[in-house]
Write a protein that binds this ligand. Sequence first.
Ligand code: HEM
Ligand code: NAG
Ligand code: NAG
Length: 321
Amino acid sequence: MASVLSLLSCVVLVLAASFNPTRGQLDPCFYDKLCPHALPAIKAVIEETIAVEPRMGASLLRLHFHDCFVNGCDGSNLLDDTPFFTGEKNAAPNKNSARGFEVVDRIKDAVNYACGGNVVSCADILAVAARDSVAALGGPSYQVQLGRRDSTTASAAAANSSIPAPTFDFDRLLANFNSHGLSLVDLVALAGGHTLGFARCINFRDRLYNETATLDSGLASYLKSQCPLSGGDDNLAPLDDTPVRFDTSYFDRLLRRKGLLHSDQQLFKGDWGGADGLVSFYSSNPEAFAKDFGESMIRMGALSPLTGSAGEIRLNCRRVN
Ligand code: HEM
Ligand SMILES: *[C@@H]1O[C@H](CO)[C@@H](O)[C@H](O)[C@H]1NC(C)=O
Ligand SMILES: *[C@@H]1O[C@H](CO)[C@@H](O)[C@H](O)[C@H]1NC(C)=O
């Protein structure tokens, strides 16, 4: 019965998707015939992984974001550096920060076994892993579009310039999202991804010591004990009060001047301009946040995918075939 229902919802959503030009050539049913066991295999690895280490859900969500914002969702950020190839793993936004690559390797092995061959792209693995991680941590389970193929190239320069930095002010955050064809609603809903996970001291030190006017003083003194003026660059602090639970605590905190990153607090400045209204709305409407987050993830997941015969299905997500 469950599989009949999921097949039905797939067909219904394909009809709906065919009226939506932003979804390009991706298709939620892409693996239904090619490998019906692919999606359950991914979900099983995600659930096992998160049961052992809940933070990994956050890390996998972020990997999909960092893939899609750099020349589209094509698995480019999974390629290892070699003496002859420079990938994105050591670009500024990823170095000592992006994590979850071993989980992607385990998923790749599991789907290749479940499918009896190499049919599922690394880019699709990231999209499904992000969705299943969000769902496993209490968030929405939206329908993921599929059929992406993997790049044969990567760009450290594009990773440096295309992923927004935590030092950005509101206007720059919005301009960055607009440059990817995403809106203000997408910016606020997707920044809500910071309902999960942690950041390193090096990314919020300036805010602690230089932005006292916009930072709650109780939180500031606690965070200073975790993140001294010098040293402890990699010490972690949670992005909201419940870093392994998908909820609206991130938005609640912004309303109380408790955003961890400068970029987070830029989404609520207290002047009712910019994104203030949306942050306030999501903080008291968890269902609207969950729905908009799912829709924005689908839009982000559709950024310039390689489809058809473009790119390849990598055998190993860490290197081109
Ligand atoms: C709006 C612009 C954004 C900026 C400036 C930003 C910046 C950051 C920074 C600096 C960190 C901490 C990294 C570290 O300290 O190692 C982080 C973590 C994270 N980001 Fe973002 N981010 C943004 C948007 C997003 C989006 C759109 C998503 C996903 C939809 C996302 C998901 C995450 C998650 C889940 C973590 C925690 C990862 C973990 O614990 O491993 N972020 N982000
Ligand atoms: C990316 O940024 C890092 C850190 O700022 C820098 O060391 C590196 O050279 C940059 N790479 C490219 C290709 O621009
Ligand atoms: C605070 O801002 C000043 C002036 O911009 C800068 O020199 C200093 O390095 C900053 N301190 C921290 C801890 O970021």
